[in-house]
Design a protein around this ligand. Sequence first.
Ligand SMILES: *Cc1c(COP(=O)(O)O)cnc(C)c1O
Length: 423
Amino acid sequence: MDHFDYRDGELFAEDIPLSRIAKEVGTPFYCYSTATLERHYQVFADAVAPLGGDVCYAVKANSNIAVIATLARLGAGADVVSGGELRRVLAAGVSADKIVFSGVGKTPEELAKALEAGVKQINVESEPEFLSLSDVAVAHGLEARVAVRVNPDVDAGTHEKITTGKSENKFGIDLALARDVYARAAELPGIKLIGVALHIGSQLTDLEPYRIAYSRAVDFVHLLRSDGHNIRHLDLGGGLGITYDQENAPSPEAYGKMVSEVIGDLDISVTFEPGRMISGNAGVLVTKIIFVKDGVGRQFCIIDGAMNDLIRPTLYDAYHAIIPVKEPDAGVEKMEMDIVGPICESGDYFAKNRAMPPVKDGDLLAVRTVGAYAAVMGSMYNSRALAPEILVNGAQYSVVRRRVEIDDMLKFEILPEWMDTER
Ligand SMILES: *Cc1c(COP(=O)(O)O)cnc(C)c1O
């Protein structure tokens, strides 16, 4: 459920017509709904409440500080995967004891920042990382609370670029090797082993891969405890799928119930890292049609949004619903078209052969379900501006990231001295 609905023939974000924001801010822009973010967080948090752990929002899905702060106010923690994200969540007011630091390639500088901030937990993904973290901790006179991210070798059944729990993926330590890794890590100075972590992929629409992976993790916790490790934390990652098109995504309730069954009486604090499930449906991208162009046997709808604003269709073959901001008349005949951006790449499209109601130059379109993995993956390719991000809250809205223009970018670029034509 979200809060983007037609009212009196116009698409609204909560109580604000999107056409008004378009007029005041220009297009394209991302628009997020506070009520939707809050609702998704709350539904998830309620579903896993019986398990008693933290819900650490995976900020890589949407790391705008206003989005993070909206969730932090409800009690959300954060899962970060870089020093930059750590900086963001601290700036947004997430308390350090609710921050999990994940990722396969953390630098010593990033590890030091995390230790200095006093994060809840660092999820280590390799033995070299253990050695590096131990050095950093000792050098700073601090102790790192660590979970090892294990790789349970489960096929999440999702797109190959977002499956992470197969042994051929770069993530985590194979379960077969992990026991020895814990034994060696327990000897390292500055390291306190507190948990086990896993994250098997994103946009999972089936609970079965989770059940298999989580069961393996539970067995592994028993094994570690029998080896004498005091394992009190289990981090189950994120990945719960959402509905972009016709997917039958599992409900948070069903997910929570499955987790409770698998955990049983393990007596452990469980952490979750949902990203897409919280923010995905809480955003739209509003874009204007520049031209409608007739091709051979097809029509192209050329818009002012492009793959630099939303790369998911071309990167993951992702489907995004696209609807006119002005509500089409009921029963109007649809026609198929390609909805494409102005960038000089054939991969620059939002939809192919999409049945759309009649549209014309100047019309506004809303691309749905872009609250996750859209703005965060944005670039300035073709020297296009970074689209602004808008947060709506009831009848108010705020620009929470202004448009980053080419003039902003040119400030960072420098002609070398030898090209100075003045002298
Ligand atoms: C990406 C990621 C998540 C969130 O995944 P979603 O599919 O957005 O829920 C959680 N944990 C880790 C370690 C991740 O890399």
